[in-house]
Ligand binder design. Structure first.
Ligand SMILES: [Zn+2]
Length: 169
């Protein structure tokens, strides 16, 4: 396995729409494993392929305790149902370092996806996992947590990251 570089704001790649995976092959499995290693090292609870520069519909997640890892590999994740009940979480993003924002999202959901072995599956999720799944699926559609801010606040955050990018290059 290998750790991959994570792209950050304001990289325009983060706004790209990710394409579905047609079949899970060795190369995609290796990518998923590398993404898990990258996510654990960051550390984070979720990572979308687009965040390592690959515009395919693949996300990895693990919201479990460090002692008992429960890695999840989701190809073509698709939300089937969302609860009307909501949950607020102070979300961060590995592509937007040192930034957090409280976001209200549906508290539980049912998800359809293809697993690491290429088998179609369905699962229910709630709590942090439900939040993280919605956050990562947003990435596949080019949507970021700063999009939940008012346009004025969003511009302020983007400007800050553009400034930082200029200062470090
Ligand atoms: Zn993110």
């Amino acid at each position: 396995m290998a750790k991959l570089p994570i792209i950050t704001l304001p990289d325009p790649m983060l706004r790209k729409l990710s394409k579905p995976v047609e079949s899970v092959d060795e190369e995609l499995r290796r990518l998923a494993d590398d993404m898990l290693e990258t996510m654990y090292a960051a550390p984070g609870v979720g990572l979308a392929a687009i965040q390592v520069g690959v515009p395919r519909r693949l996300v990895v997640l693990d919201v479990a305790d460090e002692e008992k890892p429960q890695p999840l590999v989701l190809f073509n994740p698709e939300i089937v149902t969302l609860s009307s009940q909501t949950r607020v979480h102070d979300e961060g993003c590995l592509s937007i370092p040192d930034f957090r924002v409280e976001i209200e999202r549906p508290a539980s959901l049912t998800l359809r996806y293809v697993d690491r072995d290429g088998v179609p599956r369905e699962m229910d999720a709630d709590g942090l996992l439900a939040t993280a799944i919605q956050h990562e699926i947003n990435h596949l559609d080019g949507k970021l947590i700063i999009d939940f801010l008012s346009p004025l606040k969003r511009d302020m955050v983007v400007r800050k990251f553009k400034k930082q990018a200029r200062a470090t290059t």
